[in-house]
Design a protein around this ligand. Sequence first.
Ligand code: NAP
Length: 272
Amino acid sequence: MRADVTQLRGSRVLVTGASSGIGAATAVEAARKGARVILWARGADGLYATAKVCAAVGGEASVFLVDLTDASAVAGAAQTVRDQGGPPDVIVNNAGAGRWLAVEESTAREAVDAMAAPYFAAFYATREFLPAMIARRSGHIVNVTSPAAFVPVPGATTYSVARWAMRGFNEQLVSELAGTGVRVTLACPGVVASPYFAHNPGADERIPRIVSKLSRTVTPEEVGRAIVWGIERNRRRVVTPFSLKLMLGLNAMMPRTVAWLMRRTGWHRGGA
Ligand SMILES: NC(=O)c1ccc[n+]([C@@H]2O[C@H](COP(=O)([O-])OP(=O)(O)OC[C@H]3O[C@@H](n4cnc5c(N)ncnc54)[C@H](OP(=O)(O)O)[C@@H]3O)[C@@H](O)[C@H]2O)c1
């Protein structure tokens, strides 16, 4: 084993949104590496299904039913985690939902809810365990975002701003945790064939056509493997698939051109 590779065997890995999609796949991959995974979400069926697969691949899993948008529920679950074995070594802030809506299509409630998970969910979970990580000078926080945190997606303001918040949260953590021994990774998958689009109807219809031309759809398992690899290798950023890296590189060099392509091939007001 290389000295710069983090061993997940025996470590405690908290995955939020572990009842479905990317979170479930990340938990299973961490369990396969021998981690003791702590699964947080609201849906019991999905969480227990994930726990079963984690056990089948040789890991240990504990399940917590928690609405991550409720700070006191998060505090309660965090206390139980601390009581049952101490704070996690790794937190994967993945829980997230939200329809893709333009400003004038969204109610005030939908706008608030879209920020609540992922952003406040990540904030609450991180806040609970960060003091312990800083005190022991180790830990790793992964924040899952989307290409919508880099490139404007027409007709998806509610979704996109919450992913920009995740990216901003990540960059703030990088800065605030410098020198503390606590590591931070931003995970940015492209389009993932997860139940997200069934859970948030209408979102897939608003993915600009240019996205599928420039980057392929990936599976939750590919993303889970990439996230775990990023933790093991202490990567600052994990972008999946590789073709998305090229797209984000193009965006960094020519942001106006990419924004124009997204507009040309994406949602138009009135469906025109
Ligand atoms: N799918 C994609 O193409 C894609 C691409 C890039 C980034 N992402 C981002 O990755 C994250 C995960 O997406 P996914 O594709 O895995 O979607 P998913 O299959 O719908 O899973 C979302 C997970 O978040 C949990 N969750 C949502 N609200 C919650 C709340 N209030 N409290 C606790 N858990 C909550 C859900 O669990 P419960 O409903 O059981 O609580 C579920 O486990 C999202 O933030 C998404 O935007 C997705």
